[in-house]
Structure formats: structure tokens, C-alpha cells
Design a protein around this ligand. Sequence first.
Ligand code: F6R
Length: 353
Amino acid sequence: MNLDSIEELNQADPGGMLRVLWNLPEQCEEAWRIGTEAVFELPTGFDQVVVTGLGGSAIGGDLLRVYATSEAAVPVLVNRDYRLPAFVGPRTLVFAVSYSGNTEETLSAYDDARARGASMMAVTTGGQLAERARRDGVPLVIIPGGISPRAASGYLFLPTLAVMQRVGLLGDAGPSVAETVNLLKEMREELGPQSPENRNLAKQLARRFFQRIPVIYGSSGTTETVAMRWKGQINENSKAMAYFNVFPELNHNEIVGTEKPAAKLKDLELIFLSDPADHPRVKARLEITRGLIGERVGAITEVAARGGSKLARAYSLIYVGDYASVYLALMYGIDPTPVKLIDALKKRLSDFQ
Ligand code: F6R
């Protein structure tokens, strides 16, 4: 496929995922405003924060978790299950996040949090989650609907960041959000459809991933969520298999698995995500790992974060991965927007009593 033909790209993208991606900076601006202007009453003095959600609605929780690791005095945990961990109680702040508002695991975890007397907030476009929050007097942040949950990462994540700040769990993230928005505006000129493949990293990566299996390596505490995000976006947008792992853990197991089956390993396209805040020993690990396994896999490409703040750096990498996953879908002749298997599974589950 000619990735430089806007006409071909638009034809192959009837759901308009490229347009939604282009608007991510504006989405982030609006999402931050929604979070900073939301009207709610919550106590202070939490011992921990839990974000409960699934898929595209959970990844924002992971972004929050990693952000908070170096910034907040309390831990943030992400729950992707029907039940919450035993520690959840009245001193826990639980964000129930579901774009549709109808994800059964999230609704179940919502009920669980209520039963345990946790302080709660719901973030959703509507659905049963909004209904329950209204019924129960739980603070509710309504975000705009009409796009895929995974394309709504700004809406799903930034309101929780703003609320964390407003209840005193984090310092002012406003300057980081402003930097992120500006950086993404700059980056879309480089990554967007109008930017030719010979200078467009996302198109180049899609070309590398085509007919291969992307394996994304991030690092604990910095790029781990981004690695997971790239994998998820390739799965859902490109309908293609992809994997991720994190340094330093992968140096203690996965690295050993690069011997067999030797011929098939050549089909792996490895990405090393790097960030200036990676631990110096992790930086060394990236280099050493490249030297040890470089010959065994298809190729290794390093993609470095851009920007100053932690938030901008994470989003700079997310943007590259999001665009690459959409271009890869289009190369495969796949409409990036529908996720028929997720829909079919949810439908079967709802029929399955
Ligand atoms: C679909 C997507 C999925 C959903 C997940 C949970 O675009 O990203 O991963 O996010 O199935 O659904 P919601 O977000 O509606 O709770």
C-alpha cells in the first residue's frame, strides 16, 4: 500500500481512526478541562487509589499508576477484574472507568467498591455505570462519546489525573498537560497522513511490522505502560498479534527464549522504548541485550521518548505507537475501528447466564 496517498488511506479507514488520532491534542486539552472543572465532593486522606477498568479504559489507570509512582505519596493500583483486592475499604479512592459504561467486570467492581465503603468516582460516557453513579450519589465525570475507547485515552486518563491533584494526592500537573498538548500538535505534523513515509517514523514502523510479529520492550517505572499500549493498539487497531515485556525483568527469563525456534524468531520485530528517566543500569541493559540477541531476531529499533515532563514523554511514545498501529491496519487492508471479536464476546457473555 502507498502510505503516502491520502486518498488510499482515507478509503481504507472508513471509521476515521486517523482523524480521531489527529485530534488527540485537542482531546487532551478538553479532558484536562473536564477533570479540573468537574464538580464533586470527596474526602481527603486516602491510603491508596485503585483504578478499575478494562482494555482501553484501564490503560489510563496504568498511565496514572506510573505517573504517581514517582510523584504521589500513596500507591495507585489498577484492577482489571470483577472483584477488588482485599485492602480496598473506606480509606481507598476507587475510580471506576468504562468508556461505554457497560463493561460487566467494571460494573461488578463498582458494586464491590460500594459494598466496602470506598470513596468513589465514575468516569464514563454513560451506560449503566452512569446510571449506578447517579442512583448512588457517586461523583460522576461524563466524557464525550462517539469514538472507540482506545482512541479516548485522553478522556479516560486526564480527568483522573486532575482529580488526584484536586484531592491533594498529586502536585500541579497543568504545566505537564500543556507541554503534552503542544508536543502532540508538533508530532502530528510528523506522524500524520500528510507526512511522507521517508520522514514519518510511524509509517516506517508499520512497514517493519507488516507480516512480522511486533514485540515491544519498555522499562519498569517509565515506559512499561507505553509498551503495553503499543501491544494493545496493534492487537485492536491492526487486528495483529503483538507482545510486550519490560526491562529489567525480561533479562531474567525472556532473553533466554531467543534461541528456538530460530527460523521463526526472525519474524519478530523488536522495539526498545527508551526514556531519559530509565535507570542508568537499565540503559546499559538495553545496549547489552541488543548485542546479545540482535542477530537472533528480525530487527531491533529503539524509539526514544521526547519532551521534558514525564507525561509528555509517555504521550510522545504513545502517539508514535497509535499511529503505527493504524498504518499497519491500513497496510493489511483492515478497518482499524471495529473490534468485532470483542463485541461478539461481550454479546455471547450477556446471553450466557
Ligand atoms: C475498544 C477497546 C476495548 C474496551 C474494553 C472495555 O476500543 O479499547 O479495550 O475499552 O472492552 O470497554 P469499555 O472501555 O467500554 O469499558
